[in-house]
Design a protein around this ligand. Structure first.
Ligand code: 0A1
Ligand code: ZN
Length: 871
């Protein structure tokens, strides 16, 4: 157990920084185990106060501290575990510090560390304090000049901004000096040094400036950066067209590293990426990888305006840059890959991660009001729900006023660190609307439940819609207020034809109402036939909607709703109810046949996009089903879902085989939406085919695996063989491993597919894999491939009644916490839902959380999450 109770940081305690730094010159004398960092800061007291100077600094070996050229004595400054204090600092002065750090032994991967023999940095949120003494907070904005010196074997020496000088030094060393003309907070600082290959290109911006583009990767990997480069150019063009935002420096660089805690990082002019989100070719990456790369490259690039040029005043405002930037990358992906398909995928991810978070002990508002470790708040709520809020803002204001608000925000706040209030104020001013009520979306945690009941009056041709909303309590917020919820809807008749109606006397095909009270009732007129309501079209708000629609109405929507999101949603709801009935022991076989027929018709719709059909074919996931079953019984869900899959498979067999045979890639592989959509449908058909327990399954799956001409199909084959199990799967795994041993990103997939295996013997294999020579807990990608995949995507085995799955996860958390608290903390989440599960499982989960919380020497990161999960 921790003997000290870590102090919470509160939004209400925010004070402007006591000291500002206008300019900084940093010098890095790089050596793997002993790097010298010299910092020369132009410091000035901010406003009138007499506070001592207190800068952050952790794990720094101090060499010297000087003010205006005079070295301070021990009595004039103190240095403790958390930083440097100078009790009486002048009002304006030059502070020079020199420290030594040890990148080689930095396995927390924050600050300056080594990955694959190269130096690299990660400073968000609080890593810069592990590099030098600094007021490490996002509202201190400075101009950086950085000199990097290293052995010549570290061929490329990179930092933010423009290269202004480089040359040779004695003793086989060389140097480079970088200057970043833009003001930035320390968390956007970056440095990379090492032997790298580079892929180069350029882009002419909207005002005719040429920007050089460089992607640095492991030697030999440059061809695998081609897709990322293409995605970067499309992102840059899109930001000009959609938001009028042009890139500002003459150079934009991206570096791929193999050891990285998260996905990627938006450092000014020098993005650093987890190599899994940058490198791709058809042989080694799946369509899902290509899609992720496109979206993450866009996300980090878009941060240049929403994050870098305008940053957060404090970390409570994290959604200001993250929610907004996710909204921007989702809009980009929708333009690249199709709006309906993208929306469905985004909502699936939102529900799986954010709705789950909101239902558990870790629920928090999009703008939290206190934290122990900000690293723990890089959550689905801040990112994905944050994006939903922006999306609602656009729906409420309309595209034009939304754009005017964004323009005003860029104009007003460029070069500053600001707040969510200041952001919303721009939209109030640009649109003339009062958004004070809307602001509650940022401060209130929890997913609103909206119910809709309707009454049709055939004689009067009116339809009355009665809405009610309620948000369940979340930790620390027992009482909730009503939120403004935009609900887009339209009507269909019983034959699936769009049905016009009048709202406020205006004829409409579709409309949006804003539900801002606990209850509301609206009456539509001119409704000529009995209507089927298609509500919350496009998922116009992040809520759980329940309606009084009957299954027959949902079949109408499934067959014909012009809103493709709701067409998909109707299918999901029908399937969900069928699975839950089975899980409760009372299968509805008549409706299962009906559902299979409806799915068959949807699959034969020639006008539908294959990517959309692939989504239609996938049943709700087991974790999604666990969220709607109370208490959740993962084994029952697994069996019920499998049983429905078998039924569908038998019923649709000839159609599935036709899809599988007919959709083979003939020409060259293209990672675009169209090619990916065809492969997705073909592989979804294969997946379902395998649910039919036929004797030729092993041969069929093996045939697919052997014939695969790209990684997407190979992985689909391997997953299919996993369903078959036994010798066939074992042999394929062995062949796959042998073929790809020297490709770490592919070996990650090899670990992940085994972690997903729901068969009873799989848990032993997963545990055994931690002793495999290729397993490496220090590499976050490898750890995630095995441990996170197991805990998050293999509910049947993670929730094994023996408790072995929980124990395994807790052991991993404790082991990893000793060197990488950020990553260890991210593994706690699957145990957090313990209250939602069957009591016998919940008790076992809770016991593991208690064991974690009681461990001596726990990091603040894990301590915070384990104790919140138990509260
Ligand atoms: N700002 C990044 C996310 C990020 C945060 C912390 C990191 O350090 C471990 C890394 C990346 C983004 O939104 O992409
Ligand atoms: Zn981001």
């Amino acid at each position: 157990m921790r003997t000290d109770t870590p102090q919470a940081i509160r939004l209400s305690d925010y004070r402007p920084p006591a000291f500002l730094i206008d300019e900084v010159a940093l010098t890095f004398d790089l050596h793997p185990t002993a790097t010298r960092v010299t910092a020369r800061l132009q410091v000035r007291r901010n406003r009138e106060h007499s506070e001592p100077l207190r800068f952050n600094g952790e794990r720094l070996k101090p060499i010297s501290v000087a003010i205006d050229g005079r070295v301070l004595s021990d009595g004039e400054r103190t240095i403790d575990d958390e930083g440097l204090t100078i009790p009486s600092a002048p009002d304006a002065f030059v502070l020079e510090t020199e420290v030594e750090i040890d990148p080689e032994n930095n396995k927390a991967l924050e600050g300056l560390y080594m990955s694959g023999g190269r130096f690299c940095t990660q400073c968000e949120a609080e890593g810069f304090r592990k590099i030098t003494f600094w007021p490490d907070r996002p509202d201190v904005l400075s101009r950086f000049t950085v000199r990097v010196e290293a052995d010549r074997s570290f061929r490329h020496l990179l930092s933010n901004g423009n290269l202004i000088e480089q040359g040779e030094l004695e003793g086989g060393r060389h140097y480079a000096v970088w200057n970043d003309p833009f003001l930035k907070p320390s968390y956007l600082f970056a440095l990379v040094a090492g032997e790298l290959d580079v892929l180069e290109d350029s882009l002419v911006t909207m005002t005719g400036r040429t920007v050089e583009l460089k992607i640095f990767v492991d030697p030999g990997m440059a061809p695998r950066a081609a897709y990322a480069m293409d995605a970067l150019k499309r992102s840059m063009r899109w930001d000009e067209e959609a938001f009028g935002r042009e890139y500002d420096l003459d150079l934009f660089m991206i570096v791929a590293v193999r050891d990285f805690n998260f996905g990627a990082m938006e450092n000014k002019g020098l993005n650093i990426f987890n190599s899994s989100l940058l490198l791709a070719d058809p042989a080694t990456a799946t369509d899902a990888d290509f899609e992720r790369i496109e979206s993450v490259v866009a996300h980090e690039y878009f941060h240049n305006w929403t994050g870098d040029r305008i940053t957060c005043r404090d970390w409570f405002q994290l959604c200001l840059k993250e929610g907004l930037t996710v909204f921007r990358d989702q809009s980009f992906s929708a333009d690249m890959r199709g709006h309906a398909v993208q929306r469905i995928k985004d909502v699936k991810a939102l529900r799986a991660r954010q709705f789950a978070e909101d239902q558990g002990p870790l629920a928090h508002p999009v703008r939290p009001s206190s934290y122990l470790k900000i690293d723990n708040f890089y959550t689905a709520t801040i990112y994905e729900k944050g994006a939903e809020i922006i999306r609602m803002l656009k729906i409420l204001l309309g595209a034009e006023a939304f754009r005017a608000g964004m323009d005003l925000y860029f104009e007003r706040w460029d070069g500053h660190a600001t707040t969510v209030e200041a952001f919303i104020k721009c939209f109030e001013e640009a649109s003339g609307s009062d958004l004070s009520h809307f602001f509650a979306w940022y401060e209130q945690a929890g997913t609103p439940r909206v119910s809709l009941e309707s009454q049709y009056d055939e004689a009067a041709k009116t339809l009355t819609l009665n809405f009610a909303q309620e948000t369940p309590p979340t930790p620390g917020q027992p009482v909730k207020q009503a939120l403004p919820i935009p609900i887009a809807f339209g009507l269909l008749d019983g034959e699936g034809r769009p049905l016009r109606f009048e709202h406020d006397g205006e004829p409409q095909d579709e409309t949006v109402i804003v539900l801002d009270q606990p209850q509301a009732s609206i009456t539509l007129t001119g409704v000529d036939r009995f209507p089927v309501i298609s509500a919350l079209r496009g998922f116009s708000a992040p809520v759980v909607l329940t309606t009084d629609l009957e299954p027959k109405d949902k079949y109408v929507l499934l067959a014909a709703d012009p809103d493709l999101f709701n067409r998909w949603e109707a299918g999901q709801e029908l399937a969900r109810d069928l699975i839950l009935r089975r899980a409760a022991g009372s299968p509805d076989e008549v409706n299962e046949e009906r559902y299979a027929d409806a799915l068959g018709r949807a699959l034969s719709d020639q006008s539908a996009d294959p990517a959309f059909k692939a989504l239609m074919l996938a049943l709700p996931s087991e974790p999604d089903l666990a969220l709607v079953m109370s208490p959740a019984d993962p084994q029952a869900i697994h069996e019920a879902r499998d049983a429905l899959r078998t039924r569908l498979s038998v019923h649709l067999e000839s159609q599935l085989r036709e899809l599988h045979n007919g959709l083979q890639d003939l020409g060259e592989f293209s990672p675009d939406a169209e090619g990916a959509g065809r492969r997705a449908l073909r592989n979804a058909a294969l997946d379902l085919l395998l649910a039919n327990p036929r004797s030729d399954n092993a041969a069929y799956a093996h045939g697919h695996f052997e014939a695969a001409g790209n990684m997407t199909d190979a992985m689909a084959g391997l997953s299919a063989l996993m369903q078959v199990g036994g010798e066939a799967f074992g042999q394929a795994l062995a062949d796959f491993y042998e073929r790809w041993t020297s490709e770490p990103l592919v070996i990650d997939k090899w670990f992940a597919v085994q972690a997903r295996d729901p068969s009873e013997t799989a848990i032993g294999r997963v545990m055994g894999l931690t002793a495999h020579p290729a397993f490496d807990t220090k590499n976050p990608n490898r750890l995630r491939a095995l441990v996170s995949t197991f805990a998050n995507f293999n509910p049947a085995r993670f929730h094994d009644p023996s408790g072995a799955g929980y124990r395994f996860l807790a052991d991993q958390i404790l082991a990893v916490d000793r060197f990488n608290p950020m990553i260890a903390a991210r593994l706690v989440d699957p145990l957090g839902g313990w209250r939602r599960y069957k009591p016998e499982l919940g008790a076992l989960m809770r016991a593991e959380l208690e064991r974690i919380a009681a461990t001596a020497g726990l990091s603040k990161n894990v301590y915070e999450l384990a104790t919140r999960a138990l509260a």
